[in-house]
Design a protein around this ligand. Sequence first.
Ligand code: BGC
Length: 897
Amino acid sequence: MITYSASHTIRIYLAMGLLLLGSTFNLYGRADHHRVIDLQCEHLINPLGLDEHHPRLSWRMESDAKGAAQSAYKLMVATDSLKLVSNDELLWDSGKRQSPQQLVVYDGPELQPFTKYYWKVIVWDEGGEPSSPSGVSHFETGMMGIANWQGTWISDGATMHELPAGYFRKSFDLGKQIASARVYIAAAGLYELHLNGRRVGDHRLDPMYTRFDRRNLYVTYDVTALLQQGDNALGVILGNGWYNHQPLAVWNFDRAPWRARPSFCLDLRITYSDGSTETIRSDGSWRTNTGPVIRNNIYTAEHYDSRITIGDWDMPGFIDTTWKGVALRAAPSNHIVSQQLHPIRNVREIVAQSIRKVNDSVYVFDMGQNMAGVTKVTLNGESGTIVRLKHGERLYPNGRVDLSNIDVYYRPKDDSEPFQTDIVILNGEGPVEFMPRFNYKGFRYVEVSSDKAIQLKQEDLVAYFMHSDVPAKGSLNSSNTMINKLWEATNNAYLSNLFGYPTDCPQREKNGWTGDGHFAIETALYNFDGITVYEKWLADHRDEQQPNGVLPDIIPTGGWGYGTANGTDWTSTIVIIPWNLYLFYGDLKPLQDNYDNMKRYVNYVERLSPQGLTTFGRGDWVPVKSRSSLEYTSSVYYFVDATILAKVAKLLNREEDRLYYQALAAKIRQAINDKYLDSTSVSYGSGVQTELSMALYWHVVPDELRTKLAENLARRVQQDGMHLDVGVLGAKAILNALSENGQAETAYKLAVQDTYPSWGWWIANGATTLQENWDMEAERDISDNHMMFGEIGGWFFKGLGGIYPDESAPGFKNIILKPNFVSGLNDFSCSLNSPYGKIISSWQRKGKKIYYSVTIPPNASASLSIPMQRHKRVYLDGDLVQPAIQLSAGSYEFRVE
Ligand code: BGC
């Protein structure tokens, strides 16, 4: 506890008063019409444990004024929050900078480890009026380099084949008054941290999965409130996670080069009220044991024997003489860095929709929707009763859970570890509550079966939808329920596949398939604040890239995926994802961080395919029926990469590179068009949907043929019965190819089509997440929770709402707005919380008139173009205006009639 002197307290009240006043009056006593809000550091709110020497600081301006804009800003940083109020002894004062920028890199004196920095911002509006200072935010540095660690990596000394999870504990006595305390914990495997009998934090499955022999993540917690003067105890449970993959599957994770018994390193750094510090660390004095978690694997499930008790193992005073000593271990890598991203959490509790009792020892729960996560069950029964909780997406006709669509790549050596099936052994001493710690599954149904009769009620089992807890950014509503349901299903699939890296599916594989990651990137960024997760995933890419530029198909990987199909249509993540982060956030850092990797990647493809055409790729995966040329689709992605790289070179002032990659892009485009474009009929390849769509969406087609090609694509779709005939590459492109080229009506019909093959067909059949296969009766590639066809969830914002980032003023500084008032749809509205604030695009049809409203956030602008039909006119507040118009911040109502 910190004690303050009276004068100190008065200073705090004064400071608080000023801050409160700040919300209505600025320092000059004038009423505020603009404010600074949403301060973020490294795209997070008040982060702890930063390693970054030049963190990114960002904010938003709030204002009701039409045309509101930031003309200047001033940033102030101090190591004492009171100094920020009195404005003396600031660590860094940017001074007033004439700039509309709302994302600025810290550029003050060198930041020190283990230090809390406070900061605030003042902005000047379009008329040169300053705002009141923002509220005070803070960020805190962590280790800032491995040399500051004091702990040793420790494990329990067992082999990687040991099944039970290791428990670790350490008691310690603190003699002085504690001012603050932080735990820094890095683990190879998964950890659960306890302090004085309480679990620390609410993260699940920490730390995130990385290529463990190249980079390990540590997590920082403020544990001041959990510590006490006197006796204390730290406890850690370690799970296997991806570090020690015991089950066998086709991806060979059991042969990962890093594999070993889990270990961890921990520093608990205490600052006392007298200013001194002390670090309690992991070392040879810790004690270890095993407990009730008798088996745990990320890929299969967790087994729990409730007859094994270890008492108050995480409390001070616990006698641990029967516990063993620990083993000291080498660090898994020399690159131990701070985990700075939204953690995985049990985000949503889902109660069972129904329970079906098959007999006294078999019950089937329906959770009402597909998801990724875990269940928590409360069980009663005789000691020794073995209860199995089998999680799956489908039911057999007899109502029992069917795993046959998702257990296909599992290669169990015996039947001791069934797929997606937790096993709980009861102790006969009243209710046993169980929720796995070190595993998650993809499921909708849970079959609970036991070897002796048990009684279960519907409330005895709940599910937790788990995922990287990224804040929602987009919202959407329309008069067509199919749109609303598709949007929800897309978001469910997206979140089910976000666990510190994007996965293909949460059940069968949990693999970071590169292609699936970039097919979904726009949908991701229209709907969620995902930048921190993607920046981490790009670091995983950098760890995995071969010196020659090659990337594996799945990232991270234990070695699988450097085969022959890991080409441009999948591994272009390294180019496409940083580019989209730049477009959606206006942040250059992802481009800077990955520039050399992008170059190495493109240079590799160039060496492989010097003529400009490449077959380095997988092709249009899971198509409906027609196949597209592999050389054509792979070459299009190669063209995309070279094009983006040239733009990035320009942004980073690499003139020579810009010229080089621009020429390379032109050469690839020419080669594609020479071989695949039929300029007489205006078609590509064999003229199937994917081939036409990709030429349009990725700007391969010569400009003068664009409109004609889009007409031909619309005709093709019509000939295909207004149904899809695409795989993943076509699904990414087709709706945009149509709606961006005058064929929005066809795009809309295709998007909401509800008979096979279409997205809507899944929904019509009760899907609550997107599927892996258009054909719901197919025999392979049939996960019910896949994100690779997820472009549609982003397309609604583009093709109907018309909200696009502008690459010349990214981060939605300028918004390209081109809504499509498609026939048959009477109401559509969507919004996006952009870095500048909420963008709203909303339209309503009343009779023959369209009412269109838009909101442009402060400090942003929009280039609006309203699609026009003959004899129609556009009015703004009753005045006739042009259908193409530039708008500044504010809300506007248009009428089209
Ligand atoms: C995965 C896909 C992935 C594909 C590539 C599948 O097993 O689930 O989503 O992109 O393999 O071949």
